[in-house]
Design a protein around this ligand. Structure first.
Ligand code: COA
Length: 371
């Protein structure tokens, strides 16, 4: 029987970084201007005044201290409050392809794999750059890869679901080596004028080589996969190709990322903790034998709570739950892969869990073992 491995990973993030103080200063200046511009309507009770944000709240509620973004100036400009991007255009690379290729080259290098050894490319993301042609096919062409390529959308679980698809394709004999790419360019979909959300997302991308019988010294054997979905509107984007033709017009704000953060926290923590606990149990692995929990990076408290539920104690060494969220913010589906890429110096035989969760709801947990 063949084994299937995560043979190598690579990450990319933008150069520009925004601290909590910077994002709060910009937001609070926006609020000050809004309240001044709307003073008479606010005084008459027609318009509600906006409340100020605080860096202390952000760090305490989420664990986030900073985030890397594709356009700092546009986001912090209080007359814009969003990054400046170009429309998709046939004459230039999609931004998803551009960052995907950078992450892909690092993953290929780590896995010691060349383009002609790759049989397929799968791009998984929360926010598609366009409907078609697939970005994965664009990347396939740029990297000179044969075989097939496709895009898939599973919200904040797109990364692990894409790795799962790669595993299935390899296990069924369709391919031997698959390049998985997860560009998460989330800031264009984030409402930077919304107090509950303006601090959440950063931009980033990861790539993973999934391969049969890898001999890479960085390889982790995939031991088990567990997937679960259940419908919820608590994290939702109404953005669609239907928007242009819709007769019930929505504002631009309606088309952005929405979440009921408290609802997500309440629903998803127990769901993920029990899914991972059951998966470990089914595989006869004691939770204490897991060296790292590389979990979805939406909220530091969530990561700690889920880990403590799995371990049955909140007294654990925090290094077992890497938290790139502190520096990178929420990276949508690619947060767990950033956690993995930056903290996977395990010894042969040590095990870990890569698990993403979020919009859908969707959860995908992958148990791996260092080879
Ligand atoms: N600055 C200061 N105060 C703020 C604030 C801000 N930026 N945003 C909200 N507040 C206030 C609220 O008004 C609220 O005040 P109240 O208690 O008087 O009502 C209080 O702080 C708590 O707000 P709340 O939204 O309940 O905070 P929270 O502790 O639930 O944290 C999230 C908010 C979004 C960080 C948290 O719910 C979360 O991360 N949930 C999980 C989301 C998730 O997994 N999403 C997946 C997407 S990939």
């Amino acid at each position: 029987m063949h084994n299937i491995y995560i043979a190598g990973t690579g990450i990319w993030h933008p150069k520009e970084k925004i601290s909590n103080d910077e994002i709060v200063n910009s937001y609070n200046s926006y609020v000050e201007k809004f309240n001044k511009d709307n003073k008479s309507n606010i005084d008459n009770g027609i318009v509600q005044s906006m409340e100020f944000s605080s860096a202390e709240f952000i760090e305490k509620a989420s664990g986030i201290k900073s985030r890397y973004v594709i356009d700092k100036e546009g986001i912090l400009d209080i007359n814009r409050m969003m990054p400046r991007v170009n429309n998709e255009h046939p004459d230039r690379l999609s931004v998803h392809a551009e960052v995907g290729i950078q992450a892909a080259k690092k993953a290929m290098n780590q896995a010691k794999v060349t383009s002609n050894e790759i049989d397929a490319v799968i791009v998984g993301t929360s926010h598609a750059a366009r409907n078609y042609p697939a970005v994965a096919i664009e990347i396939q062409k740029e990297l000179g890869i044969n075989g097939y390529a496709y895009d898939m959308l599973v919200g904040c679980s797109s990364t692990t679901f894409a790795i799962n698809n790669a595993y299935s394709d390899i296990a069924s004999g369709l391919a031997n080596t698959i390049l998985v790419i997860n560009p998460e360019i989330s800031t264009p979909a984030l409402n930077f004028t919304h107090r509950d959300k303006h601090f959440i997302f950063g931009d980033g991308c990861a790539a993973t080589i999934v391969q049969k019988d890898s001999t890479s010294d960085k390889a982790f054997k995939i031991i088990d996969r567990k997937l679960h979905t259940q419908f919820s509107n608590n994290i939702r984007s109404n953005y669609s190709y239907l928007n242009r033709a819709a007769v019930d017009t929505k504002s631009n704000e309606d088309l952005l990322f929405h979440q009921n953060g408290r609802g997500v926290f309440k629903d998803v923590c127990p769901l993920v903790a029990s899914l991972i606990s059951n998966q470990l149990d089914k595989n006869n692995i004691a939770p204490k034998d897991i060296s790292k929990f590389w979990l979805h990076q939406a909220n530091g408290k969530m990561i700690r709570l889920i880990t403590s539920k799995i371990l049955g104690t909140d007294d654990f060494d925090e290094s077992i739950t890497p938290m790139p969220i502190t520096e990178f913010g929420n990276l949508a589906s690619v947060g767990s892969l950033f956690a993995f890429n930056l903290n996977n110096d395990l010894s042969k035989g040590e095990k870990g869990v890569i698990c993403s969760f979020g919009a859908g709801y969707s959860v995908c947990s992958i148990i791996v073992e260092k080879s």
